[in-house]
Write a protein that binds this ligand. Structure first.
Ligand SMILES: [Zn+2]
Length: 618
């Protein structure tokens, strides 16, 4: 009866089909902005109408906006942090403290109403706190109408004007942006250094600017035949108006809106077969000569990522020569334009990978930077290896992790991105630790379930804010294995993996090998025995924590499954049913996917063993 009843329930209730939305509510925003950029005074003035949906079960009496430009003022938290951290970002250093009044950034609120009523607010550096005129009840919406004025700072980091490559405007973090409120409450962090978290929603943005300027950014241009500048449909004659040009962009299902403007941009368009239209914006000169060659590499990046990690969710993407370094935004990236082609390709493919790991799977970057930076590096390195060859795509990520461990400054990757003691620790813990997390996960659950899981993770959680547990649960379901222990050890602690080969003895024609867990981090062990006749045998010792075994990964090698190694046991002895003279060598994790901090004790070549075997029967 029960099974009958369950069947009926499943048939009668379509809501039983589980989506990410069923697991967790999320707030929603709909921005309509009409702004003008004065290219002489470097000021943005305009209006912002924001429809804000409170999908939580909480009544909100306040909301918070980010005013990122305010960070670029002497004495700001970003300035003070940069002048006190032991390894300041060379792009920031003490540069903020030296900005003059006409070089600083600011965002001033000129008027703010909620549903037509004035609201009280106060500004604390980069955070605007708004006391609502009327409490916002659960599952209701409200409308904020704002007038604001902003001064675009001289380029320091990410946003700003007149950067060192001569790009006029990098307009990122440029508008008053609603902070995210989620199951953990408000995420209204002061802008100190890095990493963002945004509310999902739609943007309708109108920008008026001197008509000489070319704009690239988030969203799809709605009036290409009026704007021209390379956006117009083939065969259209564009008649631009005198004076300023109005650009109208719409972006749906995004967490932010970024743009850049320069009068000297060349604008190229190329189509990814079966994918988005790509737009390239760059100043054409001898230092950016590789931007044509870059285009085919970006096409390949999209094709590869579409195939392996899920379909890119938008129909355009723009690669824009911008302010400094490289930074990801929805449907675009801003990236330095000069330098070697290989560096450009590596940087752009990382940023493109963020379209999966941030712009679709929008984890909270401040809390889980490893989930966007590490995953983007991982996907980028898999693409680069497939396109350009290379033995181990993730070698540099492992090396970064090992250097981190030996530096003595390791902190857990679960640290908030702004609160690491050093910039180096942040970088290693997010990029290196995050990429190794995935490659090591492949070792834990096997290659086929891993890639199936990456695809399922994307399709389940795209356009949401996945948490670490959401990712783990998908991986547990595809593999049938238990994984939260791995996450706790790898992300929340600085415990290290170190397995070694201990005593080897021979008894009754068999060889007994004792493996040692030297580190404090349990793992399953792939133990490869190569025989003198050229054959090999993989002994697979799972850990009890995994509660199961990964499938055979390489069917060309015989695999022998042994009993699980309970994590409390420091040693594990296995028997090889061959005398030692028939064995060429023994090796723990020959593919080196386990981030074992001491690999010197992982391999024994039998011929190197000088000590005679003890026969315990004598
Ligand atoms: Zn990144």
């Amino acid at each position: 009866m029960i099974s009958r009843l369950l069947t009926l329930l499943f048939l009668s209730s379509p809501s039983l089909i589980v989506t990410a939305q069923d697991y967790r509510w999320q707030q929603r925003v709909e921005y309509a902005m009409d702004v003008r950029l004065d290219v002489v005074a470097h000021k943005v003035t305009g209006t912002q109408r924001l429809v804000y949906y409170n999908n939580s079960q909480d009544t909100l009496t306040k909301v918070y906006y980010h005013l990122f430009f305010n960070a670029f003022q002497p004495g700001s938290m970003m300035d003070v942090r940069s002048r006190n951290i032991s390894d300041p970002d060379r792009r920031v250093m003490d540069r903020i403290s030296k900005l003059k009044d006409d070089e600083i950034g600011y965002q001033h609120i000129l008027a703010l109403k909620q549903d037509g009523k004035e609201v009280g607010y106060k500004v604390d550096q980069t955070i605007l706190e708004v006391v609502l005129a009327k409490p916002l009840l659960p599952r209701t919406k409200t409308v904020f109408d704002m007038k604001f004025e902003a001064q675009v700072p001289l380029q320091i980091r990410r946003s700003g004007r007149d950067n060192r490559e001569g790009i006029a405007y990098s307009m990122t973090q440029w508008y008053p942006k609603m902070a995210e409120y989620d199951f953990q409450g408000w995420h209204a962090d002061q802008y100190v250094a890095r990493e963002f978290h945004g509310v999902w929603g739609d943007f309708d943005v109108r920008i008026s600017i001197d008509r000489k300027f070319v704009i690239g950014g988030t969203g799809k241009l709605q009036n290409p035949d009026k704007v021209g500048h390379g956006y117009e449909n083939a065969g259209t004659t564009v008649k631009q108006p005198e004076g300023e040009l109005l650009w109208h962009f719409i972006a749906k299902d995004v967490i932010d809106f970024a743009w850049a403007a320069d009068p000297g941009y060349t604008h190229d368009r190329v189509q990814v077969p079966g994918g988005p239209e790509l737009h390239f914006f760059y100043q054409k000169n001898e230092r950016t000569s590789d931007w044509i060659k870059l285009q085919s590499a970006v096409i390949k990046t999209f094709q590869y990522l579409n195939q392996h990690f899920g379909r890119y969710p938008f129909d355009t993407y723009s690669i824009i020569q911008g302010g400094d370094g490289a930074m990801e935004y929805p449907m675009c990236t801003l990236i330095l334009g000069e330098g070697q082609l290989s560096g450009l390709v590596a940087a752009v493919s990382h940023e493109v990978a963020h379209s999966w790991y941030q712009m679709a799977l929008a984890s909270n970057e401040s809390l889980h930077a490893w989930m966007d930076e590490g995953f983007a590096d991982f996907a980028r390195d898999e693409f680069l290896a497939s396109a350009f060859g290379g033995e181990n795509p993730h070698q540099s990520s492992y090396q970064r992790y090992f250097n981190f461990v030996s530096s003595g400054s390791q902190e857990p990757a679960s640290q908030h991105a702004d609160h690491f003691n050093t910039n180096r620790a942040y970088a290693a813990a997010s990029y290196g630790v995050g990429a190794v997390f995935l490659e090591q996960l492949k070792y834990l659950i096997g290659e086929a379930p891993f890639y199936e899981g990456m695809m399922r993770y994307y399709n389940t959680w795209k356009m949401h804010h996945p948490e670490p547990n959401d990712f783990l649960r998908v991986m547990e379901k595809v593999s049938g294995l238990q994984l939260h222990w791995y996450y706790r050890y790898w992300i929340n602690t600085t415990k290290h993996i170190d397995y070694g080969i201990g005593e080897i003895i021979e008894r009754d024609g068999s060889t007994m090998v004792t493996l040692q867990c030297v580190g404090e981090f349990p793992m399953p062990v792939d133990f490869l025995v190569t025989y003198k006749d050229g054959t090999a045998e993989l002994f697979y010792i799972t850990t009890d924590e995994l509660m199961g075994r990964k499938p055979v990964e390489d069917s060309t090698i015989k695999r022998t499954d042994l009993d699980a190694w309970p994590w409390v046991y420091p040693t594990y002895t296995l028997t090889i049913r061959h005398p030692s003279r028939e064995i060429e060598d023994l090796e723990i994790d020959p593919r080196q996917r386990m981030a074992d901090v001491n690999r010197k004790n992982n391999k024994v070549i039998m011929a190197d063993l000088h000590t005679a075997f003890k026969d315990p029967t004598r």
